[in-house]
Write a protein that binds this ligand. Structure first.
Ligand SMILES: [Zn+2]
Length: 244
């Protein structure tokens, strides 16, 4: 489908576990490279798809408590995600706790409520999971699975670290990341402000999608609106109504 996902190995630590359909390749890599442990950024099946494989092999993992709950009983995912990545096996094996003195997991909610980035302060490097993806991302999963407004604060939190290198979960190395992160935070904030103004004027989600985004795109249709611009608008409306 033209998607790719990256896992990273740094300081003997695996960051994320890729998707279920590449479990054989990942197992072969683990046999050859024997990392000390793994860190999982969030529960989505393209990042946490092989947590059971790692746990069953006795590999220690850092995984946020909310992520752990999610991967023990994975949500059923729509056909396009099963087809693209494969449904993940539920985590049933016990997880040994893992920590690395040079790698810090920082809570960055928005893309999902339990999303974390990994920060290597000494090397000024961020492993960003799905925090960035691109400057102008106009499609999201439905609220409250995805919270557009929370993303802005999370991106600004990472900007404040002033990273020199940034590795994205899908795009790979993002060069000169701070200006791109600032552009994303600014664009998202401006877009949210425009949506808020149209909500206040009484426009419907559909009218706002048409006004701000010039309608839906092909991924909205392909995913039956699971990943869509109307979700983006609905997320902004929900947090606007709640005064968040
Ligand atoms: Zn994700």
């Amino acid at each position: 489908m033209g998607f790719r996902v990256n896992v990273y190995a740094v300081r003997g630590v695996l960051i994320d576990t890729a998707f279920h359909d590449v479990r054989a390749e990942l197992a072969a890599w683990l046999d050859a490279n024997r990392p000390d442990g793994a860190i999982v950024t969030h529960y989505h099946e393209d990042h946490a798809g092989n947590v059971e494989l790692l746990a069953a092999r006795g590999m220690p993992m850092w995984i946020a408590p909310a992520t752990l709950t999610k991967v023990r009983t994975p949500d059923s995912i729509l056909w396009y995600r099963r087809w693209c990545w494969g449904a993940q096996a539920p985590l049933v094996s016990p997880v040994q706790q893992f920590a690395h003195p040079s790698l810090e997991a920082i809570h960055t909610p928005g893309h999902s409520s339990e999303h974390h980035v990994v920060w290597d302060a000494e090397r000024e490097t961020v492993f960003g999971g799905d925090l960035f993806l691109g400057v102008k991302v106009r499609v999201t999963h439905p609220w409250p699975r995805e919270d557009v407004r929370a993303q802005i604060a999370s991106i600004r939190k990472v900007i404040a670290l002033n990273p020199k290198r940034y590795f994205d979960g899908h795009r790979g190395l993002v060069r000169d990341p701070v200006p791109q992160l600032i552009a994303k935070a600014d664009w998202t904030e401006e877009t949210v402000g425009r949506i808020d103004a149209l909500v206040d004027r009484g426009l419907s989600d559909r009218e706002i999608v048409r006004s701000i985004f010039d309608g839906e795109d092909k991924w909205s249709i392909v995913t039956q609106y699971d990943y869509s611009r109307r979700n983006y608008v609905a997320s902004v409306r929900a947090t606007h109504a709640a005064g968040l």
